[in-house]
Design a protein around this ligand. Structure first.
Ligand SMILES: NC(=O)C1=CN([C@@H]2O[C@H](COP(=O)(O)OP(=O)(O)OC[C@H]3O[C@@H](n4cnc5c(N)ncnc54)[C@H](O)[C@@H]3O)[C@@H](O)[C@H]2O)[C@@H](O)CC1
Ligand SMILES: [K+]
Length: 507
């Protein structure tokens, strides 16, 4: 599903209006019907509607009329001078006034109305918000937030449609009904929480208007990226599903490689090889008997990898992951550089692998094949030199420009993981805060290298991997809540890898 910013949505609306000659008032009427349909599902009779002076408010005025005609008990509020309401919104306001409906602008009355209403409709500010919410609307937003059930029109008032940031204050909606396309603000940053359940409705814009907009950002829907999952033939053997190697582990962090190995197996890899220091062989062997091992010497608390043993590994593996629990040592830069310069298969660099890479990121430029990098904001900060706050506020651009400059796939972790190949951007929406737990990233690495081994392209693997990782987290959450652990994620990874994949229903 495509995700647009406010400007792209304006362009799409404009195309429908100017090129296809669809009057804006028809789009507004359709938007009101789309809202009506959702309100009718909620089984409430008393509805408070708070309108602004732009087209978002216009949607609210039109909705008020449709509800009144159907016998709902509706009270309408607008806290700005009605003279400021122009265009299509003005037409809808005038119709209401002509019907003898009062539009109130009294805050006490609003608070009282909300106290007794079943649903509060927030039609105050939409994609036209600019800058911080003005002081005079802050109390109005506070009042809306006291509502029993809050439905935001298009986007919660106060959320920046392009970044998801709260612009001073915002409505925290239970439901947001948006039109034609998801906006970035629904899925990024604070906007994800403020939007509640987001419902995307058609309002009569021809599909070609959206197609003509070259949108480069997309997210999951009911079919995607599940549709990427390959079906298995009945007549197959383990050789068909990849031979993957995971390089990592030291005696202080044996858990990381254990989790990654188990995850690679649970996400379908045919053969999984653990490459780690000999000192942890007994531990890994006891806990992951299904893997094969390539135990190496240990020097100064980390794995010792010479070019000779790496060459052997290259011949045995069709995908490699480097970094889980390996430790951050200068001496590991050489093996990482050697892998980048000589290994022709796809590669995942994660965790301490990224910290090692930060010592000289230019080695990425000599990579023989595509590399997936999976930084969290702290690791991204070490890689780019930007501070974490800047990265969090500019997740898409930071990830995209790094991926472009280093010809790699960047999977920037966080709520709403961003995956990019330097041109297109996938924003992941699965997962939950319970996944902020030790070992969660090691599980993702195992999934990614497993998918690479099974022949998914690096960009597909990163998209599907982040999606599956989140789904496993959501399933683990249902059982363990925020007490979920990384091993619970591993246990839930197999869910989507099924024969009847098409019949799996996700919310
Ligand atoms: N043809 C279209 O363009 C359609 C637009 N639709 C609706 O129109 C909305 C966009 O309409 P507009 O572009 O008129 O913009 P909005 O209605 O989102 O906001 C503009 C209004 O907000 C005020 N405002 C802006 N920043 C503010 C701030 N920081 N503090 C307080 N007030 C502020 C402006 O003075 C103006 O009155 C969409 O979100 C959607 O709900 C729908 O009716 C469908 C069709
Ligand atoms: K709104």
């Amino acid at each position: 599903m495509k995700v647009v910013n406010a400007n792209e949505m304006r362009e799409i609306d404009k195309r429908a209006i100017e090129k296809y000659k669809i009057p804006g008032i028809i789009l507004m009427e359709n938007a009101a019907y789309a809202l009506l349909e959702e309100i009718e599902r909620l089984n409430g009779k008393r509805i408070t509607i708070v309108c602004g002076t732009g087209n978002n408010g216009g949607d609210g005025f039109a909705l008020a009329r449709l509800l009144l005609i159907r016998g709902y008990d509706v009270e309408v509020f607008c806290f700005s001078d009605p003279e400021k309401v122009k265009g299509d919104a003005r037409i809808n306001l005038d119709i209401l006034l002509n019907m003898g409906i009062k539009v109130y602008n009294d805050l006490n009355k609003l608070e009282n109305s909300i106290r007794y209403s079943d649903v509060v409709v927030d039609a105050l500010l939409g994609t036209g918000l600019s800058g911080e919410v003005k002081e005079e609307l802050k109390n109005v937003i506070d009042a809306i937030n006291k509502g029993r059930l809050k439905l935001s029109v298009d986007i919660p008032s106060g959320i920046n449609s392009d970044t998801g940031s709260i612009m001073g204050t915002c409505v925290f909606a239970d439901i947001t009904v948006t039109f034609e396309c998801l906006k970035l603000g629904h899925i990024l940053s604070e906007g994800k929480e403020a939007s509640g359940k987001v419902i995307v409705k058609k309002i009569g814009i021809p599909v070609s208007c959206i197609e003509e907009q070259s949108v480069k950002i997309f997210t999951s829907d009911k079919e995607y990226p599940i549709s990427l999952i390959k079906k298995r033939r009945l007549d197959t053997n383990k050789g068909d599903y990849g031979k993957v190697a995971i390089i990592g582990g030291n005696y202080k962090m044996s858990g990381a490689i254990i989790l990654a190995l188990k995850s690679a197996l649970r996400s379908g890899a045919g053969l999984v090889c653990g490459v780690f220091p000999k000192t942890i062989l007994d531990r890994v062997g006891a806990l992951v008997p299904e893997a094969v091992y390539f135990p190496c010497e240990e020097k100064h608390e980390h794995i010792f990898l010479d070019d000779y043993c790496l060459n052997i590994l290259f011949q045995k593996s069709n995908a490699i992951a480097f970094g889980v629990g390996i430790g951050n040592f200068d001496e590991l830069l050489h093996p990482l550089q050697y892998i980048l310069e000589h290994y022709e298969g796809p590669l995942v660099i994660d965790a301490d692998g990224l910290n090692v890479l930060s010592r000289n990121k230019t080695i990425l430029k000599s990579a023989k094949s595509k590399v997936i990098l999976t930084p969290h904001p702290g690791e991204m900060s070490r890689l780019t030199g930007y501070d974490i706050d800047y990265i969090n506020k500019n997740r898409i651009n930071v990830a995209k420009s790094f991926a472009k400059e280093y010809n790699s796939i960047v999977l920037l972790k966080g709520s709403s993981t961003v995956v990019t190949d330097g041109e297109f951007i996938y924003i992941n929406r699965t997962g939950n805060p319970g996944m902020a737990t030790a070992g969660s990233g090691d599980v993702l690495t195992g999934v990614l290298v497993s998918l690479l081994g099974q022949g998914y392209s690096p960009f597909e693997a990163a998209i599907l991997g982040s999606f599956i990782h989140g789904i496993s987290g959501d399933r683990a959450y249902q059982k363990h809540g925020y007490g979920l652990t990384a091993m619970d994620l591993v246990d839930n990874l197999g869910f989507l890898f099924k024969k009847d994949i098409g019949s799996i229903k996700l919310e």
